[in-house]
Design a protein around this ligand. Structure first.
Ligand code: ADP
Ligand code: GLC
Length: 486
């Protein structure tokens, strides 16, 4: 079974968030499950730099008249059990040869030609499905998030649509909505532009194109699959999602244990596993030293590793900062994004030298050191399709403290008397999106920390949780098989 995976990001070559982690881990998991995946990616400089043994396999004309090339090659940085991942890269310097963030300019404004940039990606997928590379034609196209949303629509422009498609929503809040006039330059038929198509309140929505035209829809946790069918988290698309609920399912994200595993991680000062935990204490001391936190082994160290955006509920962390310090804890925030949040966290750190530290920047290796050194990872999200940092926290014995929403609700089991007794507890969960509920969860974390035996038990439960891709990959393969048998 040949699967063309279409995404804008791919770890470790290009990453702005969890989408890259998943796009980078899924191919190896699919190979292990007996499938033959290849990736289709935009030709961003970092992606092209990672491509080797490549040749141009073909060209196609973008609807606006530009001739675009597709390269095929190997991504040595993305190993699979069948060798390096094979990838198609849309080599279009006019669209993708820009430094920095893949979606926006240095002033954080979305690029004005984003409709063309990701429209071209959709067309590239459709051309590959139609046989642009005679040596490899996919049986199915699997697109991820709005950047790949148009692929499903482009496939429908061919008479007798070449292959079916699956579309995975990683975050419904980012939709790729553009002015209606782009429809023509994107080469899509006028009748696609209606509410039962890709029109969204008079505009053109790439997200809606994926949700409407794809044969199967998935999202990254069962809870989020339910939540997005309701107005509160449906981002205006809940009606369509309810309408398509029979083809919508939630498949939980997993951890790439080749990258995130404290027993083998070469990015952390000392390796450890559930049976030999002294390494974690060494990692904690090293992290405290590195981040200029007081070298107090007994102070619970809370961390945040996150994009600093509204989604992540970080005003709760700001509001609870003084509480952590007053109770004898430490807080370390690693993040980048919203300038106001960055400023607020910097002020918090200034107020509490040695107790609160902030790293405002993106640093992959530091994230590993943070999960390895810290005791609790805070994820109090307003909404969370799946969330990966709570999973990395579980892996690294850094207990997640999360709000019960989306994938956080599906992966973290609150420590209470019953779950402590049956050994299922692996973190702390609060429900209401309020400071009071968050603060109460913090107090419970401190209380458990003061009971070392119970703490160790909960930490072990998290570290021993099956976190790899096997099960989720099986769900994707079952979905592909069911679709192809139709
Ligand atoms: P989202 O995709 O919504 O940002 P996830 O929890 O799914 O949330 O994934 C976030 C990913 O980005 C994780 O791999 C996390 O470690 C990483 N990350 C977030 N912020 C930073 C940062 N400042 N430096 C390094 N890694 C980060
Ligand atoms: C999105 C979501 C996040 C999810 C990630 C990978 O960025 O915000 O919750 O874990 O995609 O699926």
């Amino acid at each position: 079974m040949r699967i063309l995976q279409v995404s804008a990001e791919l770890f470790p070559l290009l990453k702005t968030g969890g989408l890259a982690d998943i796009a980078g881990a899924l191919p190896a998991a699919l190979v292990a499950a007996g499938v033959e995946p290849r990736a289709l990616l935009p030709g961003f400089p970092a992606i092209l730099a990672g491509l080797s043994d490549d040749t141009v396999v073909g060209h196609f004309d973008a609807p606006w008249g530009e001739r675009l090339s597709l390269r095929r090659g190997s991504l040595a940085a993305v190993p699979t059990p069948a060798g390096p991942l094979q990838a198609y890269v849309l080599d279009a310097p006019s669209l993708f040869d820009r430094p920095g963030n893949p979606y926006e300019d240095a002033e954080r404004r979305p690029y004005a030609d984003n409709a063309r940039r990701f429209g071209a990606l959709g067309w590239a997928a459709a051309h590959l499905a139609h046989g642009l590379d005679p040596a490899w034609r996919p049986d199915l196209v699997h697109g991820h998030d709005w950047h790949a949303g148009l692929a499903a629509a482009c496939l429908h422009t061919w008479p007798g649509r070449p292959v079916p498609s699956v579309y995975t929503v990683h975050n419904l809040a980012y939709q790729g909505v553009f002015a209606a006039h782009h429809l023509q330059e994107l080469g899509l038929p006028a009748h696609f532009f209606r509410p039962e198509g890709l029109e969204f309140h008079g505009q053109l929505s790439f997200m809606k194109a994926g949700l409407h035209f794809a044969d199967r829809l998935t999202t990254v946790s069962p809870s989020y699959a339910r939540e997005i069918q309701q107005p509160e988290q449906g981002c205006g698309l809940d009606g369509l999602l309810r309408h398509r609920r029979d083809v919508l399912s939630g498949i939980l994200n997993a951890v790439d244990t080749a990258v995130w595993n404290p027993a083998t991680d070469t990015l952390i000062p000392h390796r450890y596993d559930p049976r030999r935990m002294t390494g974690k204490a060494i990692c904690k001391a090293a992290l405290q030293r590195e981040m200029k936190l007081e070298l107090t082994p007994g102070a619970p160290l809370f961390c945040v590793v996150s994009r600093l955006t509204e989604q992540k509920g970080l005003h709760l962390v700001l509001a609870g900062g003084d509480d952590i310090v007053a109770a004898g804890g430490q807080l370390l925030v690693q993040g980048t994004g919203d300038p106001e949040l960055q400023h607020a966290f910097a002020l918090l750190a200034q107020r509490h030298p040695g107790r609160v530290a902030v790293h405002l920047g993106y640093d992959e290796a530091l994230a590993h050191r943070v999960f390895a050194g810290a005791d609790v990872t805070l994820v109090p999200s307003r909404f969370e399709p799946c969330g990966l940092t709570q999973l990395y926290g579980l892996q690294y014995g850094c207990l997640p403290l999360v709000r019960a929403v989306g994938g956080l609700a599906d992966t973290v089991v609150d420590a209470d008397l019953a779950t402590l007794e049956d050994d299922s507890a692996n973190g702390f969960v609060f429900h209401d999106f309020t400071e009071a509920a968050y603060r109460h969860a913090l107090r419970r974390a401190f209380a458990l920390y003061r009971q070392p035996t119970a703490w160790v038990k909960v930490r072990q439960a998290g570290m021993r949780r099956a976190s790899g891709w096997d099960e989720s990959a099986r769900h994707y393969v079952a979905l592909y098989e069911a679709l192809l048998q139709h």
